[in-house]
Design a protein around this ligand. Structure first.
Ligand code: HEM
Length: 153
């Protein structure tokens, strides 16, 4: 199980960059398309890739949280009690990330139905933008106090 844990932890860590790049690109594209008056095509390929990447990240995160990670629900409450890393993973990271993925999902589905109204780009820009900010804030960056040991592996 150690190898699987390491593999999934590294994938989850590395995929953050793809998620961030795709979300930034999708937001910038939605803003510029809307400005230039292009009609939303019903589904946008970049928005779809960003949507898929956050869902893969969610799946990997759930595997870590529910099964593999020593910081997830399997954490030894005595050993991890009161440590900032344990508190962070138990109360902050997954809740904020789950909310962000939900907002992005709602945005993608809503925009699909707004094709004729040409509101789709705005819906993508707003929902993906909010999701992006939440994800940026909830990534365990090494400069967060108490999280020096995580974030760059
Ligand atoms: C788009 C959403 C997400 C991003 C960008 C993200 C990013 C990260 C990053 C960068 C780490 C540090 C990995 C390392 O270097 O050790 C991490 C760890 C972790 N994440 Fe996420 N995450 C996301 C969503 C989630 C969700 C939804 C869950 C749970 C349901 C979750 C559970 C965890 C757990 C348990 C760890 C600790 C892994 C360990 O070191 O044992 N993540 N995440």
């Amino acid at each position: 199980m150690g190898v699987l844990y390491t593999a999934i932890q590294h994938s989850h860590s590395g995929l953050r960059w793809i998620v961030l790049v795709l979300l930034i690109a999708a937001v910038l594209r939605a803003v510029s398309r809307r400005r230039s008056g292009v009609v939303y095509p019903g589904k946008d390929r970049l928005a779809l890739f960003a949507f898929i990447s956050v869902h893969i990240q969610l799946l990997l995160g759930l595997l870590l949280y529910l099964w593999l990670s020593p910081y997830g629900i399997a954490a030894d409450p005595i050993e991890t009690a009161g440590t900032s890393v344990a508190n962070y993973y138990n109360y902050v990271h997954w809740i904020v990330m789950l909310l962000a993925v939900t907002i992005i999902t709602v945005g993608y589905i809503k925009a699909k139905k707004q094709a004729e109204l040409n509101k789709g780009w705005k819906t993508i820009a707003v929902h993906y933008g909010i999701g992006l900010v939440m994800i940026l804030l909830a990534v365990p960056w090494p400069f967060y106090p108490g999280l020096e040991s995580v974030g760059w592996s």
